[in-house]
Design a protein around this ligand. Structure first.
Ligand SMILES: [Zn+2]
Length: 880
């Protein structure tokens, strides 16, 4: 019946009959008609603002129409130049010349990020994930990739706000170390941001699927693909998979029962809710037709944004596909998304005459369907130009380089439309913003078979990738050259050799955009740097260009030092004839190895010997050397830059030190053990077995051999030759028997080294006499490596050969001492107990406790030189 009515309705009858003759009647369910695609002159754009314009062709604008639409056009005096049924046109025939065709591919599995392998998601229409699946997906990736993803709930859909079920508005934030990144705060902090949004128009089902795939690509590629790794190390990617979840739920339900054409694309009847474009706001909805394709509730979420609201291609009729809502940003989906974007980018009003600064970061892309367009602002007006037109346009053409999508302002390639997202974002936030219209009628229109998705992804992804990678410098990077290929390998000397190609011709060159396409120039310079974050490259190395031209081959070496050897990417960029540098393109930095230690780990050193050791390593880049545990022998120093180990150890004994050798790529911890042995015998430390020997006692002399540095070598008691200054002493081995009370200088000698000790022998008490009141052991700081020392006393001062030794003190009295039996202290004038302290100028009291230890007193030996020394000391003592 509907068909008959159509035929009778207007002058379109002949065209419609032709269309029906071509199309299979099974395209629509029995008794139901599908919409028509009516072509009208482009000049009629203002007269059809409330209609559903889906595409522009060389012949004019294409309107999605139900039977009443033809009458409306006739009433308005708009001529229809072509009419085909939607069902007959989609998926049929040759695609438009600009749309590079692709074959539908079998999808081996619905793509999910690797860590979600096996996770089931609800689908409709052969594989498209449902709105509920997207909610689940946002949570799943945040849970499985916590280092990369956060799920952000930024609002509620119209249905949810109004208590009719509905959905939360979700986005995901994807960046490296996401938890450590500062929260969005009106764009003031954090990495540059790239926002990808999709499916503001519910029936444009391909768009969220592509956003899903982009998220999957990022998650699977981080740490694997250098471009993705460097992107997420330097940029926050925000994805709003579904702007319009309420509308989407209508579509996905309706598509399950929609008829399909021979290529598997859905061709819903006019009455199908699959045509839902707008949100679910039905407040003022009063339809005059049951044809949902032309009259449906909701506000057009791409006409409700608050900039130039109410302008071109907007309708005040609530049933219209382009209904703008009751006020700017009246819909919760827009209010809340606007607020989120403001937090992400920060306000920066460009309006129409104030350009955003070149340093502004961030880029926005929203995916729509269909027509194979890349659209840049302003979309509300053909004549009003954005102040940043050149870079915004260049960026759009860079995005369309691979897919050849027609590129321009909306009014240049489609029709002006106001109240859209990209105009608001540019004018209020100063960020370049783009709309993609993906697909064509030939590739399935609004409802392509799911098997077509890989082809859409292949065409769309390069543009998304460029926009994201240039988001750190959108107003300059797109104006520069494009590096199309980079290879990096490590040289023998640790340098990195970089080669590849760059071009300035990487602009979409679709024929109908030729007049807008930016001019191309020669590539004039290429730079490379080794870094982790493209935002923090301070120095770059110039590479050489083989043959000048618009497309060039380049090569060169980057020096690698420890400060950048850990960087995981090689970045390359190209400058063109306009003096602009293009975006950094990343390649994997060739692997560098951790250092390998090739030297000894055990060192036998001798005290006092100057050392010049090294810690050799194999490392492509210089390494650092640091003691992390233990300690080197005192006196040795480690050069942190070279690993040279130099100096002189003086203290004998073992030690262990762990040295960390780090070249920035990795490190090795080497445990070094040192054994410092004493140097040559230089003197003896003498001690005697009795603290206060008396006349007639026998003492044992212990002789510990020392080197010059105070290190004990061994006990030489059994090897030294003892002599005494008192020739009546009886010496047997290391035993000395004193026959007389007096100071005795006992000298130990071995191999030319001799040391003396002064022993005060007190008399034996006779007839109840009073014993000597004080210890009589007197240290004799008399060290002499004198081979000429004689038992008869008066040791001869000689050159000790070590400078630190003093000649033997020469006691003057012992040889003639009074026999010990008759005098308590015969040798001391004034009857005082001799109590000689080496260095006695300040602490004579130490005699008692240190009297037998000579080692520390070498330095004051000079005081005792000559015959007067002891006397002088004794005299001083008497004055105490
Ligand atoms: Zn759209």
């Amino acid at each position: 019946m509907a068909i008959r009515k159509l035929v009778a309705a207007s002058a379109l009858s002949t065209l419609l009959i032709g269309g029906l003759a071509l199309g299979p009647p099974a395209a629509a369910a029995p008794g139901e008609a599908g919409p028509q695609l009516l072509t009208v002159p482009a000049s009629a754009a203002d007269l059809i603002a409330d209609l559903d314009v889906v595409e522009a062709t060389n012949d004019g604008l294409v309107v999605l129409a139900d039977p009443e639409t033809a009458g409306i056009l006739a009433q308005r005096g708009v001529s229809v130049t072509r009419s085909v049924s939607y069902a007959d046109s989609v998926g049929q025939g040759s695609p438009a010349p600009r749309a590079r065709s692709f074959a539908a591919a079998a999808e081996p599995a619905y793509p999910v990020p690797a860590r979600l392998a096996g996770t089931e998601y609800a689908t409709y229409f052969g594989g498209y994930r449902t709105s509920a699946a997207y909610e689940q997906f946002a949570g799943d990736i945040a849970e499985k990739y916590p280092e990369l993803v956060q799920r952000v709930n930024f609002g509620r859909s119209w249905n949810k706000v109004n208590g009719r079920g509905g959905s939360d508005l979700l986005a995901v934030r994807i960046t490296a170390d996401v938890a450590k990144q500062p929260a969005p705060d009106n764009g003031q902090q954090g990495r540059p941001r790239f926002v990808l949004a999709a499916q503001a128009h519910a029936r444009e089902i391909i768009t969220s699927e592509l956003a899903w795939r982009y998220a999957t690509e990022l998650l699977n590629g981080y740490g694997v693909d250098p471009q993705i790794t460097s992107l997420l190390d330097s940029t926050e990617v925000w994805i709003n998979f579904q702007n319009n979840p309420d509308g989407i739920r209508l579509v996905e339900t309706a598509l399950e029962t929609s008829p399909k054409n021979a290529t598997g694309d859905a061709v819903p009847a006019n009455s199908s809710r699959a045509w839902q474009r707008k949100n679910a706001n039905d407040t003022l909805f009063a339809p005059t037709s049951a044809n949902w394709s032309s009259q449906q509730y909701g506000v057009d979420l791409n006409r409700n944004w608050a900039y130039k609201w109410g302008g071109a291609s907007t309708s005040t009729n609530p049933t219209s596909p382009s209904y703008l809502g009751v006020s700017p940003s009246s819909e919760p989906e827009i209010t809340q998304f606007s607020a989120l974007l403001t937090e992400l980018f920060g306000e920066y009003r460009t309006e129409s005459d104030s350009a955003a600064p070149e340093t502004r970061t961030g880029t926005y892309v929203n995916l729509h369907a269909y027509a194979d367009y890349v659209i840049y602002p302003y979309a509300y007006s053909t004549t009003d130009a954005v102040p940043n037109l050149e870079p915004i346009k260049a960026n759009a053409f860079r995005q369309s380089f691979v897919n050849g999508f027609q590129t321009g302002k909306a009014g240049e390639i489609l029709y002006n439309n106001a109240g859209n997202d990209i105009d608001w974002i540019y004018s209020q936030l100063g960020v370049p913003a783009y709309t993609y219209e993906i697909g064509t009628g030939a590739t399935g229109g609004f409802f392509p078979a799911y098997s077509r998705v890989p082809g859409f992804w292949e065409k769309t992804a390069p543009g998304i990738r460029f926009a994201a990678e240039a988001a750190y410098a959108p107003y300059t990077a797109a104006l520069g050259g494009v590096v199309t290929e980079v290879d990096a390998v490590r040289g023998e000397d640790g340098t990195v050799t970089v080669s590849g190609s760059a071009t300035d011709e990487a602009y979409g060159n679709e024929r109908t955009s030729a007049a807008r396409r930016p001019a191309t120039t020669d590539i004039t310079a290429v730079q490379a740097a080794l870094a982790t974050d493209r935002n923090a490259i301070n120095e770059a190395t110039a590479l050489s260009i083989a043959t000048p031209g618009k497309t060039v081959i380049f090569s060169g070496d980057i020096a690698v030092d420890r400060t950048n050897s850990a960087a995981n990417s090689v970045f390359v960029r190209a400058q063109n004839g306009s003096g602009e540098w293009g975006p950094w393109r990343a390649a994997a930095a060739p692997a560098l190895d951790a250092p390998v230690y090739t030297g000894d780990t055990e060192f036998d050193l001798v005290a006092g010997e100057e050392q010049a050791l090294s810690l050799p390593v194999t490392s492509a880049v210089p390494a650092s050397f640091t003691v992390t545990e233990g300690a080197l022998p005192a006196g040795l120093t480690l050069n942190e830059a070279t690993g040279a180990l130099t100096g002189t150890a003086r203290v004998a004994g073992p030690s262990t030190a762990t040295v960390r050798i780090d070249n920035g790529v990795g490190h090795v911890d080497v445990e070094l053990t040192f054994a410092v042995s004493a140097a040559e015998l230089a003197r003896f430390a003498l001690s005697i077995s009795a603290e206060a020997p008396q006349q007639g006692d026998t003492i044992t002399v212990t002789a510990l051999g020392h080197d010059d540095f105070g290190n004990v070598i061994a006990d030489y008691s059994d090897r030294v030759t003892l002599t005494s200054s008192v020739d009546t002493d009886i010496i047997e081995g290391n035993r000395v028997t004193f026959r007389h009370a007096s100071p005795h200088v006992i000298t130990a000698t071995l191999d030319g080294v001799s040391t003396s000790i002064l022993v005060e022998v007190t008399p034996v008490i006779i007839d109840g006499g009073t014993p000597s009141p004080t210890p009589s052991v007197i240290p004799s700081p008399s060290v002499s490596p004198s081979p000429t020392a004689t038992p008869s006393g008066t040791p001869t001062p000689t050159d000790g050969g070590t400078g630190s030794e003093a000649p033997t003190a020469a006691p003057t009295t012992p040889p003639s001492a009074t026999p010990a039996t008759s005098s308590a202290t015969p040798a001391v004038p004034g009857g005082q107990t001799p109590s000689v302290t080496p260095g006695a100028t300040d602490s004579p009291e130490e005699i008692a406790t240190t009297g037998i230890e000579l080692a520390g007193f070498v330095a004051v030996m000079g005081l005792l030189l000559g015959a007067g020394a002891l006397l002088a000391l004794r005299r001083r003592r008497t004055e105490v």
